[in-house]
Ligand binder design. Structure first.
Ligand code: HEC
Length: 114
């Protein structure tokens, strides 16, 4: 009678430890994006949120943004530009690179084409 109990406990521990670590590694860019960028750029990157419209935030899926180099995008995220706030104090270079990868992935999805 005691054994199933122990197994259940072990499984719970396994999930508690393994899943967050894996998910974190896979979704680093997505996590940062959702925490810091969604407010203006929206979950889909089109910046059609109330604040995004007010500030005229760029559509991150657009050709205009996607055609820029990683270095250019990195600079904007780091230093800011117009109404786009600088994130150099909040994010490391690595984190900015992760989030740029996520923006690239958004640009490549089918929904990106209007
Ligand atoms: C307070 C609102 C706001 C937040 C939060 C915000 N942005 Fe922006 N973002 C803007 C606005 C506004 C622009 C358009 C700026 C301009 O070109 O005048 C912009 C533009 C951009 C561009 C396009 C730059 C270009 O040169 O075309 C990128 C890339 C970008 N943001 C990425 C991000 C990322 C990544 C985050 C989160 C780490 C983020 N933004 C958070 C408002 C925001």
């Amino acid at each position: 009678m005691r054994q199933p109990h122990v197994l259940a406990l072990l499984f719970s521990l396994l999930f508690l430890v393994v899943i967050p670590v894996t998910a974190q590694a896979q979704a680093a860019g997505e996590g940062i994006y959702k925490a810091k960028c969604v407010l203006c750029h929206g979950a889909d990157g089109r910046s059609s949120t109330t604040l995004g419209k007010q500030l005229q935030a760029a559509n991150l899926r657009s050709k205009e943004v996607q055609k820029k180099s990683d270095a250019e995008l990195h600079k904007v995220v780091h230093d800011g530009n117009g109404n786009m706030p600088p994130f150099g104090d909040q994010l490391t270079d690595d984190e900015i690179n992760h989030v740029i990868k996520y923006i690239r992935a958004m640009g490549k999805t089918k929904a990106a084409k209007k």
